[in-house]
Structures are given as structure tokens and as C-alpha cells.
Design a protein around this ligand. Sequence first.
Ligand SMILES: Cc1cc2nc3c(=O)[nH]c(=O)nc-3n(C[C@H](O)[C@H](O)[C@H](O)COP(=O)(O)O)c2cc1C
Length: 231
Amino acid sequence: MDFENTVRKRRSIRKFTDQIFPEEQLMKAFELAVLAPNSSNIQTWDFHWVKSPEKKAKLVEACLSQSAARTASHLIVATADSSNWKRSQNPLIQWVRSVSAPKQVIAYYEKVVPFSYRSGFFNLLAPFKWIIFNSVGLFRPMMRKPVTARDIQEVAIKSCALACENFVLSITSLGGATCMMEGFDEVRVKRLLKLGRSSRVVMVIAVGYEGERGTWGPQFRLPLNEVVHQH
Ligand SMILES: Cc1cc2nc3c(=O)[nH]c(=O)nc-3n(C[C@H](O)[C@H](O)[C@H](O)COP(=O)(O)O)c2cc1C
């Protein structure tokens, strides 16, 4: 399917058929999901494919028993964890060295990333970071964030959401259907998957084949002239 058709065909499907979406195709979609652009290539995302029937039933309940969750072949929990920078740091340093990247890039992963991705216990480092960023910002353009733990989570969440979009478009191009869901109880989802404190559940993605009356109607969007602003 060409790109425009895939984008136009993707809809949020609330009712799937009983036909199971093939696992190999799901793996293909994961492969394409992680090719999404992401902040500093730190890949702070994780995808939890909930396969055990008992866990899946609990996850459906945590998704407020929405019909997309109830009828899906597969449920994927996409999470963002800013502390995952530690998982990527060494492989990234080795990779930038192996491609003979400029010294600054190596220094970026060795020094800037650990500084950016830390806010200290109870955000103790945040005031210092805020003063540094905003003082420098008085004299030249300067990134003012991330400062607090929440800012750092925001960075991780943005990247994870981009991977989720790659994922749903990939499923669509493979003939399947999806529904991204933020209607869930995050506390219950985190407990179910034993996720750490710094992990955020970005969305749960239902995957399957579109059932009858899978959407509420044609796609609705505001006109472009209301959302595209030329300056
Ligand atoms: C982050 C996010 C969370 C969403 N959460 C839900 C949800 O919990 N339940 C649901 O039925 N649809 C959910 N949707 C789907 C939106 O309602 C849907 O994308 C929107 O109505 C536009 O319809 P379309 O996707 O068919 O173009 C979510 C979409 C996004 C991007």
C-alpha cells in the first residue's frame, strides 16, 4: 500500500473480527515502529505485548473494558521510561565511535545526556538546571528544558508516541486495524506489568482486523485553514 493510502486507510477501530492478526506481521510492525525518529536516539520506549490470557483479561479490565480492547487480537502497551537512557548510553557511545562521529557527539552521549536525563531525588537538581538554562538563555538561544522529572518524561513520551504512529501505520499497511487507547487505569496497568516508578504508560494499542461497524462514521477533521498557521 502506498504511503498516502495507508495514512488515509488508518482509522481508530472499536470493533475487531474474530480473525487473529498474524504474530509474524505484528513483529514486522514492531521492527518498523522502532525506526521512528526519537530524541537523541536514546530509544526510551518499550512495547509490552500482553500474550497471557489471564494478563490480557486484566488488561482489558484496566482499559475500562472498552470494546476495542475486548475484541482485539493483540494488546500492546507502549511505555516510556526516561531512565532507559542508561540502557542506551554504552551501545550509543560504541556506535558513535565505530562510525567515527565527531568528538562532540561522543561527549554529548558521555556528558550531556546524563546531565539532561537527571533531575535528582525529588527534583533536587531541577532548580540548578533551571538557573543554568535560563541564565544562558538571557544571552543566546538555549534549550530551557528538560528541567524537572516531568519534563524528562515528556521527552520520552513524545518519542514513544512517534513509534506508536509508525506501529499503527505499519499494521494498516499489512491489512490490519488498530485503536490507540489512553482510556486506561495507569496504576493498574503498571501493577499488572510490574513497571518501575519512572515508567509511563503512553498508550495501549489494540490490533486486529476491522469488524462490522468498526468506526462511528467517516473521518472528521477541522479544516486545514483552522490548524495550519502561516507566519
Ligand atoms: C493518544 C490517543 C489516545 C486515544 N484513546 C482512545 C481511547 O481510549 N478509546 C478510543 O476508543 N479511542 C481512542 N483514541 C482514538 C481517537 O479517538 C481517534 O484517533 C480520533 O477520534 C480520530 O479518529 P481516527 O483515528 O479514526 O481518525 C485515541 C487516540 C490517541 C491518539
